[in-house]
Design a protein around this ligand. Structure first.
Ligand SMILES: [Zn+2]
Length: 168
């Protein structure tokens, strides 16, 4: 798909690339290019205390870990996530996005990445890093300590610590 941006009276063709199936540990279910939508300042999104305004890309995604509802990922043109908002469902999140990006409703491109495919992509992205003891992935734990050929998560460390220091 080709889109054009006007710069110094020269029209530069800009290739639009779709997002990867997983953004920030969330499975992408829809995305939209919103560069040219007339942005309205309705719902305000603050990221680290700074107001996040118009972005060129939006994605609706479902977290691979804990259920956080449907997340609206506000992305730059390389699909780096700049901010996250959302509602409980995909449909409601798309409707909500309409407040700031009128017309985006006609632009959503739905993608049907299965959870298994998303997890496979995530694993490849993270060099298959998992806790060697409980098998949890990085997004399921708070920290993963890497060793030679093995990793351990904070819960397994706590558990082993408890076992070692168990009163007789
Ligand atoms: Zn573990």
């Amino acid at each position: 798909m080709l889109n054009c941006i006007q710069s110094n009276r020269i029209t530069v063709p800009m290739k639009l690339s779709p997002p990867p199936p997983v953004l920030d540990s969330a499975r992408v279910v829809a995305y939209a290019y919103v560069d040219d939508i007339a942005y309205r300042r309705c719902g305000k999104l603050f990221v680290d205390g700074i107001l996040l305004e118009k972005v060129p890309r939006l994605a609706v995604a479902l977290n691979l870990g804990m259920d956080l509802g449907a997340m609206l990922l506000h992305c730059d043109s390389d699909w780096n996530v700049l901010g996250v908002s959302g509602t409980p469902t995909v449909a409601a999140t798309k409707t909500k996005a309409e407040e700031n990006y009128p017309g985006v409703g006609a632009r959503w491109i739905d993608i049907d990445t299965s959870v298994d495919a998303a997890l496979a992509f995530y694993d490849a992205q993270h060099n298959n890093a998992k806790c060697s003891f409980c098998g949890k992935r990085p997004f399921e734990v708070e920290s993963l300590v890497k060793g030679h050929g093995a990793n351990i998560c904070e819960r397994c460390i706590d558990q082993f610590h408890g076992e070692l220091h168990k009163p007789d």
